[in-house]
Every structure is written in structure tokens, then in C-alpha cells.
Design a protein around this ligand. Sequence first.
Ligand SMILES: [Mn+2]
Length: 367
Amino acid sequence: MRHIIIGDIHGCYEELMELLDVVAPTADEGIIAIGDIVDRGPDSEKVLEFFRDTANAMSIIGNHERKHLMSAKGKTRPALSQLIVKAQLSDRYDDWLAFMETFPRHIELDEAILVHGMFEPGVPLEQQRETVVIGTLTGERFMTENYPSPWYDQYAGPKPLIVGHHDYMRSGEPLVREGQVYGIDTGAAHGGRLTALLLPGFEFVSVPSRGDHWTRMRAEFATLAGSSKSDLDLDWAKLTEFAASSHMEALPTPQRERAQRCAMILKESDKLLGLIHDRIKELHISMLSELEQSDDWSALELKQRTSRFAQRAQAHPAAQHLIASYRGFLDRERISKRAKTPRGLARIAETLGIDSDTINGTCDGAS
Ligand SMILES: [Mn+2]
């Protein structure tokens, strides 16, 4: 009897149906989603319905379900992807929140441990931080600060770990650390693939995404993001200038609100910048350790190594930063300078698989 573990579905219902057609589970085989079944893709509600109405199917909680729960409780601001789903679910939203509330934060099977986000190497499952296993921004920061090289390269048992959350490879292929870590988010909502990992055999099955849903959804629901969206296109100097007046009591209300928004955007940008910086370093280290395994590496001269690294990094959208990191030139200032604006920064974040919703969130619903 198999378990079918499915990566981040993100409202990609058609892809989910196609995947299940291929896998053809029987009624007594368990279907488990790794979390993030909603947001970004077109059909969050149909996916929710599937998991509610299919007796042998369930999902663990992902950071996107958590964002819905937290923002509904007023603890965080909903980002655009939640605002869209909230609008889609309309008066059924509260019922679906109650359903998402029931998702467990992890599942342990005979063959593997399942969490949505990350896992602290060497720490028992029960003692894992919730922010880390679910993959919140706080958890991300904790991990990059405490585990400078990727955590999934440091994980060593006791059981294989299956995670979603980041499309680590950005090629439609899962991340595989044989017998240790399986990262099965393969970017279904972004034009990648939807992937299932079949236990106990650890076989992969995947189907292509029908397209870059999230880009399309963002455009379709742009009005939900509010009219202040253009503040994300201000350069850093302008933003700083606006933000500086956020404490001036005498300013007329709209201007003061804008000043406060700009201050908030700067604050979120700064956080994102830290994550981007750490992620690039992490990626550079993992690319390098890959290259170091080639037979002739130790015989190469410094210059040859640099050009070999540049070749390896070339295909990545953040290649310039990766090369800068390799050469020891990477710093936060360089990244923000090249990004020019918060939106530019968000774009870099997305290419690194970092959630940039917090930046977009600073403007969502502001008006
Ligand atoms: Mn996700």
C-alpha cells in the first residue's frame, strides 16, 4: 500500500487531477499534501474541497495556510495572495479557515517525516520550532542565521525527511539528498511542475504546470492590491525621503499615511534584503561544493576556478550576485543598489524562492 506525498499544490487543481490520474491511487492508499495547497494558483477552493471530501486525503499545514489563519486573527497583514483567495472564497472563507486550522504541523510515517518548511538538523521532531517546520519568515531568518550552509545538506536522519515550501532546483526537478531529504515543491503555481513522491519506494511522478498562474492571477486581481502599489516602484532615496516625514504630526492625513507606508516598505525591504543576502551565500556555497567534487578541481588555478564557477552560476537569474558572493564582494548594499526599488528586490527574492509577499503586503489593502 502506497502513500502519495504531493508537493506545494497552490490552487493548481487541474494539475492535481492530472497527477492523480497518473498515480491512480486506490481508496486505501493515503494521499498527503505537504502544505501550501492554497494561494497563487487559480483554484484554491476546488483543491480545498478535494482534501475535505476525499476520505483518504489530507494536508499538513504550510506557511500559506498559516498566513490565512494569522491574518484572519488580526496577527499579521494579509498579503495579496491571501486577499485574492479571501475574495474567491467569499462568505465561505470562515468555514475554510476552520478546515485549514485542522491541518497538522507534521506527519511521521514509517518511511519518512513530513513537514512543509524546514528542519533543524540534530533536533528531535517534537522539539522543532513551529516557525521552522512551517516555514514562516521568522523561521527562515532563524535558519539562515544559525545554519550558514543549507540545512538540508546537514540533515542526517533518523528518517528521510520530505519537505515542500521552496522550489530549490527551479528546474521542475525535486531536490534529492538520497535517503535524507526530498524537496518536492517544484513550482506548480509558477509554470514548473506538480510532483508526487510515492512511498515506500521513493519514486517521483510529476506533471507539467499549465502555466505561470501566479503572474496571471496577480495581474487579474491587481485592483485588490490597492492604488498605492506604485510606492513599490520608488527608488530608495525617494522612499527614504518620504519615510522621514512619517512622524510629522502637521502633515495632512493622506500624506502622513503615505509616509508611514513608505517607512513600512523600507523596513520590510531591509528584512527581505537580509534573506536574499543569506540565500545567495547559501546557494553559492552549495554550487561550489558541487564543483569541488569534480576530479580536476584541485588542479585548477584560481582564475580557472572563478570562470568555472561563473559558468555554473550563469543560468541562474541572480548569477551576478552569486559570482559576487563567490569572489567575496557580496554585501547588502550591492544587492539593494542593483535592485533599485522594492519591487526590484521582490523580483530577485522570487528568483531565489524567497517569499516576497511581505513587500507586496505593505501595500495590499492600504487604500
Ligand atoms: Mn509554497
